[in-house]
Design a protein around this ligand. Structure first.
Ligand code: MUC
Ligand code: MG
Length: 369
């Protein structure tokens, strides 16, 4: 049960169309496949998505920190020593997706070693989640057409609408067009990626008061401290902290200071171990959670649903589990399938991630040695 070696393999898979939002855009999934081997001959797998606009990590930095700092620290440790593994990783600041991929690969190994699904080990609440689809920036008519296609093809009825461009003359109009085209039975919420000011945010929310939005996420920067607190106090729906609250400590600070009253949990940045801490502290403080999307591929999405399905409070809202559909390909042997608006966990020990060797050979950026 000891970690015997660790690989960090950079790969790149193009998107069919770029995903655009207020803080950046992604047109190629430049991720890092992390494989942790145990001396029992098992391999735990996860992926780290490079998101320089959110965490400062690049694909190159993720590979480098894993190969030169993290692997030497944790090779030789037992896969059950999760707290000791984190203590070692936390000697280095930041690098959240690199640390999280290692954490989830270790959990995958634990599940495989015990012959149990990670979902069952974490909480075992259910084996699927409702799916929410994130609509990136486009012309209003295109965003409506994409939502209709997602509803008609996959049965998805919850949409997170990216806002944070121009509140009036664009963002508000997109939300209105979606509500008018899709009718009252779909759920809509908005994510500004800090693109608006606090006062623009409240004006826009007031202008959309008849649209039955259910959540508002990161409409303005958390660093607009007083403005953000004022906005949250006046916001008619839960205000979600996403990129401003990426560690258990940041989550506590934001909830207690009034910078947010709901939390986006992303396994890509807090793995399974720290996502658990964030979930339990949110539950304890009475803050709603949503399983968020770090623009994950299928590996990351499987990790998100593995965690999200495990607990009651993470299943109360739809999880953001569908943007892998925008990628031209992926690395799993068997693609994920969204059926009737739901995504299931894999009925296999661990997280059930199986990598197709031919696809990996095609998309990996290193020389494969
Ligand atoms: C989201 O929920 O904001 C875009 C930027 C980021 O950090 O995550 C994505 C999705
Ligand atoms: Mg967000």
């Amino acid at each position: 049960m000891k970690i015997s070696s660790i690989e960090a393999i950079p790969f790149a898979i193009p998107y069919l169309k770029p995903l655009r939002f207020a803080s950046g855009e992604v047109d190629v999934a430049k991720h890092v496949l992390v494989r942790v081997r145990s001396d029992d001959g098992l391999i735990g797998v996860a992926e780290a998505p490079a998101r320089p606009f959110t965490y400062g990590e690049t694909q190159e930095s993720i590979v480098a920190v894993i190969e030169t700092i993290f692997a030497p620290q944790i090779v030789g440790m037992s896969i059950l020593d999760r707290e000791a593994i984190h203590a070692a990783l936390d000697r280095t600041v930041a690098n959240p997706t690199a640390k999280s991929a290692l954490d989830m690969a270790v959990w995958d190994l634990i599940g495989q070693t015990l012959g149990q699904q990670v979902t069952a080990l974490l909480g075992g609440y259910s084996d699927s989640m409702r799916v929410s689809h994130m609509l990136g920036f486009a012309e209003p008519a295109k965003m409506v057409a994409e939502a209709e296609r997602m509803r008609d093809t996959f049965g998805i009825t919850t949409f997170k609408v990216k806002v944070g461009r121009k509140p009036f003359g664009l963002d508000v109009e997109v939300c209105r067009a979606l509500r008018e085209a899709l009718g009252p039975d779909i759920e809509l919420y908005v994510d500004g990626n800090r693109g608006w000011t606090p006062s623009e945010s409240l004006r826009a929310l007031n202008a959309m008061s008849d649209l039955d939005l259910t959540l508002a996420e990161e409409l303005c920067p958390a660093d607009d401290v007083l403005g953000r607190k004022w906005l949250v106090e006046n916001c008619p729906v839960p205000f979600v902290a996403d990129e401003s609250a990426t560690t258990p400590g940041e989550v506590t600070r934001e909830l207690l200071s009034g910078a947010a009253n709901a939390v986006s949990i992303k396994t890509a940045r807090t793995g399974f171990s720290h996502s658990q801490r964030i979930l339990f502290q949110s539950d304890g403080l009475g803050a709603e959670v949503v399983m968020g999307n770090q623009i994950d591929g299928q590996i990351g999405t499987l990790c998100t649903v593995t965690f999200g399905a495990a607990f009651r409070s993470t299943t109360l809202r739809a999880g953001e589990l569908s943007n892998f559909l925008d990628m031209s390909d992926d690395l799993l042997t068997e693609p994920l399938e969204i059926v009737d608006g739901r995504l299931s966990t894999r009925q296999a020990p661990g997280t059930g991630i199986q990598i197709d060797p031919e696809k990996l050979a095609k998309y990996r950026l290193d020389d494969g040695n």
